[in-house]
Design a protein around this ligand. Structure first.
Ligand code: FEO
Length: 397
């Protein structure tokens, strides 16, 4: 197994999960990586993070390509979620001489996850000297869990921020400039939308906290996806600046499900009405669209228009499922609306509106509903219904 040099004294020894297709219940068509790093001082060597349980053998093989795992002196647990901490016990078994440190909250998390396993706490005042190479720590609660922590190596100017700046993307290349900056930034955005969206304030604070330390940073080495260096470093910091303030543009997302095609017709008419106003629109049939992609589009949109016919007096389950998914991500500063066709009983739009309001969407207009197959007049009305959202979106700028 090949390790990859990140800097003079830091090597990537993580694993590539090429076939991961689901993470946290959302789609990851490009797979992911669980990055771990070896930091080699003159006296001691540290492993920053471990990996998901089934991949420990691959991690150890990569470590062994650099140093005998039994010679590792320190394991840093930046985050106790199982993709980084699940394999800890097996890794410790192969590194019997290693101290293990985590944030204060991480110490409790490791004990709870690993049946009482005791590790040491490392905090913002601690410096671990590996011999001409030091490690510093910053607790980063809720980036992504209460236990999350960043680790920094001053001599190498490398920040290892775990989930922050990550992307779910498997590749043979380890650096953003190698896979292509546009692709890396797009995957960063998908990851942010589906994992960090509800934590934007905490992520922004984390960046401020790092800036306040005065640490010089030449490389950001996250625990998922590719590593940011050179020009990519400025680009990813700019991207996080935009993402954490919730920057949006004149854009509307139309997400719907249909039963006999009438709500599909309405969705197309609504989208046409939006586009006719010169506002960007993205349309998704929730029966056929990965939620990760819908949510990535919603991230920089200003409006979400949700369509469903009525079945058993309510919305279709795929629409309900998406709204449930969205409730956890807590999008803010957006407007919403509901539309749909019905046969003998309405009710879907009322449910959708209730759900959107509970999530935090503002609802400036009444839902658009019609019975049976839309007539030409009803299609024109749906188009105008979409157009009014487009005008509202423009005014939000
Ligand atoms: Fe990559 Fe929050 O775990």
């Amino acid at each position: 197994m090949r390790s990859v040099r990140v800097s003079d004294r830091i090597d990537w020894v993580g694993v590539i999960d090429w076939n991961l297709r689901d993470f946290h219940g959302y789609e990851t068509p490009r797979g992911s990586t669980y990055n771990a790093y070896l930091v080699r001082g003159e006296d001691k060597t540290a492993l920053i993070d471990t990996v998901k349980g089934p991949f420990v053998g691959e991690l150890l093989a990569r470590v062994a390509s650099v140093i005998d795992p039994a010679e590792i002196d320190l394991i840093v647990v930046n985050h106790v979620e199982p993709d980084h901490n699940g394999g800890l016990r097996d890794v410790m078994a192969a590194m019997p001489n290693a101290r293990v440190v985590a944030s204060r909250s991480g110490v409790a998390g490791v004990a709870e996850y690993h049946d009482g396993l005791q590790v040491e706490a490392a905090g913002a005042d601690d410096v671990i000297d590996l011999g001409g190479c030091t490690l510093r720590f910053l607790p980063m609660p809720m980036v992504h869990w209460p236990d999350s922590m960043f680790t920094y190596c001053a001599e190498e100017r490398v920040l290892m921020p775990n989930d922050a700046f990550g992307q779910h993307m498997a590749s043979a290349e380890r650096f953003a400039d190698e896979v292509g900056l546009d692709l890396a930034l797009e995957e960063l955005t998908v990851y942010y939308a589906n994992i960090l969206m509800p934590l934007g304030k905490q992520v922004a604070k984390a960046v401020e906290k790092v800036v306040a330390t005065g640490w010089e940073i030449e490389t950001i080495a996250p625990s998922h996806g590719v590593i940011w260096r050179g020009e990519a470093l400025g680009a990813v910091l700019d991207a996080y600046g935009r993402l954490t303030v919730g920057e949006t543009r004149e854009k509307v997302v139309v997400a719907f499900s249909t039963m006999w095609g009438s709500t599909d017709i309405l969705a197309r008419a609504v989208a046409d009405g939006v586009a006719a106003q010169g506002v960007e629109v993205a349309v998704f049939d929730l029966a056929a669209s990965p939620v990760a992609g819908v949510t990535r589009h919603l991230l920089d949109a200003r409006a979400l228009l949700v369509g469903s016919p009525t079945l058993h007096h309510g919305m279709l389950y795929r629409v309900a499922g998406y709204l449930q998914y969205l409730a956890g991500l807590k999008p803010t500063g957006k407007i919403g609306g509901a539309f749909g066709s019905y046969g003998w009983s309405s009710g879907a739009c009322k449910q959708i509106i209730g759900r959107l309001e509970a999530i935090g969407f503002e609802l400036p207009f009444e839902p658009y509903t019609q019975k049976y197959r839309p007539s030409a007049e009803e299609i024109a009305a749906a188009r105008e219904w979409g157009a009014q959202y487009a005008r509202a979106v423009r005014e939000m700028g």
